[in-house]
Design a protein around this ligand. Structure first.
Ligand SMILES: *[C@@H]1O[C@H](CO)[C@@H](O)[C@H](O)[C@H]1NC(C)=O
Ligand SMILES: *[C@@H]1O[C@H](CO)[C@@H](O)[C@H](O)[C@H]1NC(C)=O
Ligand SMILES: *[C@@H]1O[C@H](CO)[C@@H](O)[C@H](O)[C@H]1NC(C)=O
Length: 343
């Protein structure tokens, strides 16, 4: 009898703990594309992009997606996308030539807004603020990270000239085109911060051009920092990464930084995310999600402890720019939504 009671108690506790965990609900899958671009405008408007010239868009919160292949770009891999509303978006095709395309009609037609066929060009990620200032970063050419900027939502781009470019990197130090989140433009219009992270032989954070060494796995091509989460309210920066060839390794895959008075303070989680992580996103000041090849984790304490919530593979996760919805995307055209279980 006593034993029965204990068993019942344990069962009740575990059910309760489980019920409080958010869950990942699949919305779509089965399309022949690896999705690494994700831009969530509102809880209703979601755009994704990926390989085989693929773009998909939902205007009903993910109930349905319209899938399209961008004409003339069927072989291209759109590793990043930034959407501004249901009609307007920019997609980035990484290499040779490096191209960015813009649509103003919900994806029906696309126009080239950036084209560079320099050998060795490989675009990794873009980011924009709400005023239309944007930045795109690419792998180094002559040991300088490639940078171009826009101030009109990506309509026109200016390439940063070598003599003004302070993003000097070591041999074998580059960036990953894993989730479009290794560069961030953040802060008020008058005082913007630009954060950029590298990986490979060396992994560093460039904060407004100034390099800060990271204690994230490094030394090999497959190792380094993949994604930055920034919380402008708390000045917290959380960086995730690891080794994409060893997706289950959980060491040196997350670093927590605080930027204050020109000083960067760094700490590490008590419970690491459970593997290589290609993307991180703030959900609230304390709640975060990160994902990678072997699953997704949630933190409820600002990144100090991470709980595995799924063992499904995802490349990218993002919260709505104007809303609360959190979505994920990955291989085989998979798109999912994080559903909070508030009991
Ligand atoms: C995916 O697309 C490629 C080329 O577009 C094609 O060769 C391949 O068979 C497709 N795979 C599936 C599972 O449809
Ligand atoms: C289509 O996408 C898959 C990844 O999902 C990739 O393996 C394949 O090479 C792509 N095909 C083309 C033609 O890009
Ligand atoms: C293309 O990129 C290279 C490498 O950064 C740069 O030197 C060149 O000016 C760019 N070309 C154009 C047309 O912007």
């Amino acid at each position: 009898m006593r034993l029965m009671q204990i068993v019942l108690l344990i069962t009740l506790f575990s059910v309760k703990a489980f019920a409080q965990q958010p869950v990942i609900n699949f919305l779509d899958s089965g399309h022949n594309a690896s999705l690494r671009g994700l831009s969530v405008v509102t809880d209703s408007i979601i755009w994704v992009s990926g390989s085989n010239g693929t773009v998909a868009r939902s205007t009903n919160g993910g109930k349905s997606f319209e899938w399209l292949t961008v004409k003339g770009y069927e072989q291209r891999d759109f590793r990043d996308i930034e959407a501004f509303d249901a009609n307007t978006a920019i997609i980035m095709a990484i290499a040779e030539p490096a191209v960015m395309l813009q649509t103003k009609n919900g994806g029906q037609t696309w126009t080239e807004v950036f084209y560079n066929e320099t050998k060795g060009m490989f675009l990794d990620a873009m980011d924009f603020d709400e005023y239309g200032n944007g930045i795109v970063a690419g792998d180094p050419i002559n040991n300088k990270i490639f940078i171009a900027t826009t101030d009109d939502f990506g309509q026109t781009w200016r390439t940063l000239k070598d003599k003004h470019n302070n993003y000097n990197v070591a041999n074998g130090e580059a960036m990953f085109a894993a989730s479009g989140t290794n560069i961030k433009i953040t802060g008020p219009k008058s005082n913007r911060d630009i954060l950029l992270i590298t990986g490979g032989t060396k992994t560093r954070l460039f904060l407004n051009g100034l390099p800060v060494d990271l204690n994230i796995m490094q030394g090999k091509d497959s190792q380094g920092a993949n994604s930055i989460g920034v919380n402008p309210v708390t000045d917290k920066i959380i960086i995730v990464g690891g080794d994409f060839n060893e997706p289950t390794l959980s060491e040196k895959n997350c670093e927590l930084l605080t930027y204050r008075n020109n000083q960067v303070l760094t700490t590490f989680p008590k419970t690491q995310p459970h593997g290589y992580r290609s993307c991180i996103a703030f959900i609230t000041n304390d709640k975060l999600i990160c994902c990678g090849l072997n699953g997704a984790d949630i933190s409820n304490d600002g990144g100090i402890n991470w709980q595995l919530i799924s063992t499904e593979s995802f490349h990218v996760c993002a919260k709505a720019k104007n809303g609360n919805g959190v979505f994920l995307a990955g291989k085989n055209g998979r798109i999912a939504k994080l559903v909070m279980n508030s009991k």
